[in-house]
Design a protein around this ligand. Structure first.
Ligand SMILES: NC(=O)c1ccc[n+]([C@@H]2O[C@H](COP(=O)([O-])OP(=O)(O)OC[C@H]3O[C@@H](n4cnc5c(N)ncnc54)[C@H](OP(=O)(O)O)[C@@H]3O)[C@@H](O)[C@H]2O)c1
Length: 326
């Protein structure tokens, strides 16, 4: 089978599509014929980690895992002897973050718990956009104690035009919140088309200093310190950052709890992510079935073009999701 692999860290150029053996599922593993996969920021962070400490987990000098790709949708081809939930022919999707990656390939083999049945009424290409980013959006709009956004809340989505942001806008709108999306100039129309009530161009406006106050700020990839965001939050508001640069992390980890304690607002990095959590996946499937969440696909690339696809996302050109069709 063909699979995207890399032997060293580096930009998308290090990725090759090579011929490798089709894995054989053992024990509770299923072999899935991949129909579609999608690209996430995490794929690029795995290619050349933004945070050098990640190499402790990914491999110090070269990546321990050669395959790439988290988000997958496809058809079960064969199953191991202990598999109870699936049989050949079942249509499934999943997030391979905790299951050895490898979605950018013709087949992928992982434990059955990596997958669940496909959402009803959408094609593989759309299902493949959901597992990683839409779950991050759902969980970023909810605190560890279950507190979330509601009707009339003023919600700011910073990084509204990438993988997570479009899902976050749609989820927030479905809860009756008033949504402002932040993106660069050329992507503002796209953000509006997702349902945002207002948009802000971060290349022209310092979003932390507009004078506006929000009940919830979801910052997909932080570019300002927590201290700066403090003034943009209403009393009892929440600022949830999903990620940021290494320098941002170092400051945010102590600042988040300290500022939260001092202000009564919740501010900090999301530390409660549970990849492809079953309960959230069911919620997501309902939102998709109701047409409330509709994946926004920018471009599709064939598996042989995976390098171009990764480059396209890495260069910040994508509006929404980029899909690999297999
Ligand atoms: N906390 C956790 O447990 C956890 C787990 C997994 C992943 N993550 C994080 O989740 C995030 C996933 O993000 P993603 O895949 O949606 O990223 P993405 O697709 O790369 O999107 C990044 C967004 O940030 C915007 N942006 C870029 N520069 C900006 C600036 N200076 N000011 C404001 N916005 C700016 C981009 O806008 P334009 O495109 O319009 O420029 C884009 O909308 C990553 O940060 C990842 O590290 C967190």
């Amino acid at each position: 089978m063909k699979a995207a692999v890399r032997d060293r860290y580096g930009p998308p150029d290090v990725v090759d599509v090579r011929e490798v053996d089709i894995p054989v599922p053992s024990a509770d593993q299923v072999l899935v014929r991949v129909c579609a996969a999608s690209i996430n920021r995490a794929d690029l962070d795995g290619l050349y980690p933004r945070w050098q400490f990640m190499r402790l987990f990914l491999g110090l000098r070269k990546p321990r895992i050669r395959g790439l790709g988290l988000d997958v949708a496809g058809v079960v081809e064969s199953v191991g002897p202990d598999v109870t939930r699936f049989r050949p022919g079942d249509e499934v999707f999943g997030d391979l973050f905790e299951f050895g990656l490898g979605a950018f390939a013709e087949y992928v083999c992982a434990r059955e718990t990596a997958f669940t049945s496909m959402p009803v009424g959408i094609p593989f290409e759309e299902a493949a956009t959901l597992p990683h980013s839409a779950i991050l959006a759902l969980q970023g709009l909810r605190l560890r104690d279950g507190r979330s956004i509601g009707r009339g809340d003023r919600v700011l989505i910073v990084g509204a035009s990438g993988n997570v942001g479009p899902f976050a806008i749609q989820i927030a709108r479905s809860r009756g919140s008033e949504v402002t999306g932040v993106a660069r100039t050329g992507k503002l129309d796209f953000v509006r088309s997702l349902g945002a009530d207002r948009v802000i161009d971060y290349t022209e406006v310092d979003v932390t200093r507009t004078g506006d106050r929000f009940d919830w700020i979801l910052d997909v990839d932080a570019h300002h310190s927590i201290l700066r965001w403090r003034q943009a939050l209403r009393p009892n508001g929440a600022y949830v950052a999903l990620g940021g640069s290494g320098g941002w992390f170092l400051k945010a980890l102590p600042q988040g709890p300290a500022v939260s304690l001092a202000t009564g607002k919740h501010m900090g990095l999301m530390l409660w992510w549970q990849p492809f959590k079953a309960e959230d996946v069911e919620t997501l499937k309902e939102l998709v079935a109701a047409g409330t969440v509709k994946p926004a696909i920018d471009r599709r690339f064939a598996l042989s073009e995976v390098r171009d696809a990764l480059r396209y996302v890495d260069q910040g050109r994508a509006k929404g999701k980029v899909v690999i069709t297999v």
